[in-house]
Structure formats: C-alpha cells, structure tokens
Write a protein that binds this ligand. Structure first.
Ligand code: NAD
Length: 460
C-alpha cells in the first residue's frame, strides 16, 4: 500500500529547510504529536482557569488523571494545556477577565499544547444576554485556533441539558481534546448530553466512565469497518484493534488481497462485501453473530467520489456516489437497529466530509451524500438513545490518502495548506476520532459532527 507523505513539512521542520522557510516567510507546519499508548496525556502542567464550582470539579478530575494541575499561571512555566471552564456565564462582559488571564499564559505554551474551553451551548430559550455570552465562546475558540502555532490546538466542550462541567461524557471529550488523539482536530466543539440518568451516583454512565480503561478503551468490543482495505478505513481498523476491539474488516471482493492483509494485521476477520448490496447489513450481522455473538460498533467508512460539474453530471456518477456513500448506510442501519445482536450500548460512526458542510466545486453528488450522512446521524441519534447507543460522524478535511493523491499536484499542494495547521491530516487522525466516539466513556456524546480538518479555511 502506498503511504502518502508531505515532503514539504518534513523539509521545513529541520536544518536548511527550516531556515529557508523562515527567511522566505513560507508556511512552517509543525510536526504534530500523534497518540502513542502509554505516552503522557499532555506535555507539561495543565492550567485550569475559571472560578465556578465546575472549574474546581474539572481540576479535581485532571488530578485524578495524574496531571500536574495549576489554578494560577506561574510566569515562564511551559504549559502543556490551558482548560478554560466558563460554565456559569451570564453576560458577554464576563468574558473579559478569564480570557485575558488565558491570553497572558499563551506565550508560555509548549509545542503541540492544547487550549480547551468547557461551556454551555447558546439556546433559543436562553435570555439574550446569556446566549450572547455562550455563543461568544464559539467565536473565541475558533479565532484562537487560528492564532496558535507550533501544532497547538484550541477546541471546546459544550455541556448540553445542564449537565455538570465534570460529567463523565464531558470529561471524555476533554480528555480527547487534550490528548494527541486529536492532533488534527482544531477549532471544533463536541457536545456532551445527559444520558437520561443522574450523573455521579453509580449510574450507568458514571460506572462506564469509572471503569474506563484509557489504554484499551474498546477492550472486548466487536467492531465492523467498511472500506477497510486501504486508506482511512484501514487506519480505523488498526486503531480500533489497538484500542482493544475485535475487528471485522469489510471491502469489495476486488480489494480482497489488501483486505485480507489488513484483517490479518489486526487479528480480525475479513468479509468481502459490496455495501450497496441489499443484504449487506444482514451479512455483517450474521458474520458478527457467528464469530462473536454480537456487534457493538459500526463504522461506515466506505465511500467514493465521481466528480463533475453539475452541468456535466451524468446519472451514473450521481447514482453510484449516493448509493455507496449514503443509501447503503441508511439500509444497513435499519438492519442493525432491528437486530438483538446490536443492542448493548451500540455505537455508529459515519465518515462524512467537509465537502458535505462547506460544499466543493465539482462535488454536488458527493456533497449531497456527505451532507446526507450528517442529516442521517442527527435523526438516528434518538433511535439509538433508548438502548444506550450513540451515533456520530467525523468529517475529514484534506487527508493524505490514495483518494487525495489523485488530485493534480498544484491543487493538492494548495488544498493541504489551507488550514490552521498548514498540512494535510493522516488517516490515523480520522481513525482516532472514530475510536473516541466508540468509547464507553463517550456515552453522552451523540449526534455530533466532528471535523478532523486542522480547521480548514473552507466552511465553518
Ligand atoms: P479510499 O478510496 O482510499 O478507500 C475507500 C475504500 O472503500 C476502498 O478500499 C474501497 O474499495 C472501499 N469501497 C468503495 N466502495 C465500496 C463498496 N461499495 N463496498 C465496500 N467497500 C467499498 O478512500 P479514503 O480516502 O480512505 O476515504 C475513506 C472515507 O473518508 C470515504 O467515505 C471518503 O469519502 C471519506 N473522506 C476522505 C477524505 C480524504 O481526504 N481522503 C476527505 C473527506 C472524507
């Protein structure tokens, strides 16, 4: 399998290339820290800012994770992360003090540092003052993400349904953003919802989180990954297996050899299957039931592009993209939801695309299918919540794979620089986000669309 590499980033990271890029004012993308089991969560002390009870509770959780926690900045100390807890905002006037305090500590950030906000979503039923203050965080974090350098990122956790700042789902999102798992996620928000049960009293959600094994969070779970023979799908299969899942790797018969290689590598099983087949969902369920007695995690990754301007679009291009990218997922989900084998805290994670959010020239068919995935995810969430399940989507931006290697060189070079981290992502970056959504600790994180795009300048 061909591994795509970004030679430019390698060149400007050291020696002569670094000096040259500096002198010519060329982009100097940082080498991003990627997740490795056993490596520290963050590289340096974590400064927790905010004066609410929620801020104290979040600081306590971080101490429980063995982090070196500060409640006030110490001049010149290299910080691994700043966590900004603003869960009690009532007016935009209240943003000034905590944000200036955060700002003054930003010069001391280590490379690949993290800034994470924890706040509440602005809702139509809020008073205009409260909504203005809460929505302000959105603008702040998206702007800050564009200001940070050296591989550092800024993201936010939103606490829906009045859940506590330290609720297990919110803390799982905080942990994801702090960790190197979120290397290519920048300027984004994750919303954590209540799971229908009170938090912190030995309930399902807190038990799951308390038992969380952060090293092998998917231990014993059974996962199916479609389009797993190469690219992002193969990376998802590897990442889920690394995190402890048993993986069923699915791809078309024509990709059988590569599929077998991936399945062997992850000690999983291969299932040759075209996801557009009417019986695809049933065949996956049969395969999972026979080998493992159940199915816990479904990753809809298989996807194709057939680009043409709409004026020149033929029905073959349109129909094949819609059939593979969205219609197959709708049909398979119906089969999964009807099955007793997919009943214990199930997880569905779909791979969408930033094209489905921002649109892309020549991709009306692809954007229809990927925006369709987003609509499907939001409408499927209530169907799964009854059985303690979640459904989310990741929306990759420019990821270095065979799919993007087909883009002409000049367009590709521009496309991969047009984001705050000034580089393309790796298939592993998408895979880490998928694996996060699959965790038991993310039980209240549902109906989210998470962009893994380095804060692409296109769209939101
Ligand atoms: P890829 O072309 O490298 O791999 C896609 C895999 O899906 C292939 O192995 C292919 O055989 C398989 N597949 C295609 N049709 C299938 C079918 N009918 N049944 C079963 N398997 C089928 O693509 P990739 O770049 O790894 O993309 C994976 C997903 O990520 C796709 O959904 C794609 O739309 C999405 N995505 C990719 C990027 C990117 O930059 N690469 C960006 C946004 C979204």
């Amino acid at each position: 399998m061909k591994v795509q590499s970004d030679k430019y980033t390698e060149f400007v990271s050291r020696g002569l290339g670094k000096d040259l890029a500096k002198r010519l004012g060329l982009p100097q993308p940082a080498v991003l820290r990627r997740y490795e089991p056993g490596a520290p969560l963050v590289q340096g002390p974590v400064l927790v800012l905010g004066h609410s009870e929620g801020a104290d509770a979040v600081a306590a959780v971080l101490l429980g994770w063995d982090q070196d926690v500060r409640r006030h900045a110490t001049p010149k100390e290299r910080l691994g992360a700043v966590v900004l807890v603003l869960d009690e905002l009532a007016h935009p006037d209240q943003l000034s003090a905590p944000l200036r305090e955060a700002g003054s500590s930003l010069r001391d950030l280590a490379r690949n540092a993290r800034v994470v906000s924890i706040s509440r979503p602005a809702l139509a039923e809020d008073s205009p003052e409260v909504a203005a203050a809460r929505q302000g965080i959105d603008g702040i974090m998206r702007s800050l993400a564009k200001e940070l350098r050296g591989g550092s990122t800024a993201n936010g956790v939103l606490l829906a349904n009045d859940i506590a700042a330290d609720s297990p789902s919110a803390m799982s999102a905080l942990r994801f953003f702090l960790s190197a798992r979120s290397a290519f996620v920048d300027g984004q928000f994750l919303t954590a919802y209540a799971t229908g049960e009170p938090v912190g009293q030995g309930t399902a959600e807190s038990r799951e989180a308390a038992e969380a094994d952060w090293g092998q969070p998917l231990n014993g779970r059974v996962a199916v990954v479609t389009g797993a023979a190469r690219g992002i799908g193969a990376a998802i299969a590897r990442t889920l297996a690394r995190d402890g899942a048993k993986v069923i790797a699915v791809d078309v018969p024509a990709a059988g050899d590569h599929l077998a290689q991936v399945a062997n590598e992850v000690r999983g099983t291969a299932l040759q299957l075209d996801v557009t087949a009417t019986e695809a969902g049933g065949r996956i369920l049969d395969h999972a039931a026979q080998r493992h007695g159940r199915l816990d995690i479904v990753v809809h990754n298989a996807g194709i592009t057939r680009d043409k301007l709409l004026a020149n679009m033929d029905s073959g291009r349109w129909d094949s993209v819609v059939a593979v990218n969205i219609a197959s997922q709708l049909r398979m989900n119906q089969a999964f939801l009807a099955s007793s084998h997919f009943a214990s805290h199930p997880r569905i994670i779909s791979v969408a695309s930033t094209s489905g959010i921002a649109g892309n020239r020549g991709q009306t068919n692809y954007a229809a299918s990927k925006a369709g995935v987003i609509g499907m995810v939001r409408a499927t969430a209530p169907l799964l919540s009854g059985r303690g399940g979640t459904v989310n989507a990741v929306a990759p931006g420019f990821i270095e794979t065979d799919m993007t290697a087909k883009i002409p060189f000049a367009t590709r070079e521009v496309a991969r620089r047009l984001n705050s981290l000034q580089q393309g992502g790796k298939p592993e970056d998408v895979a880490e986000a998928v694996a996060y959504f699959a965790q038991a600790a993310a039980a209240g994180v549902t109906a989210n669309i998470l962009r893994v795009c380095g804060q692409n300048l296109v769209g939101q």
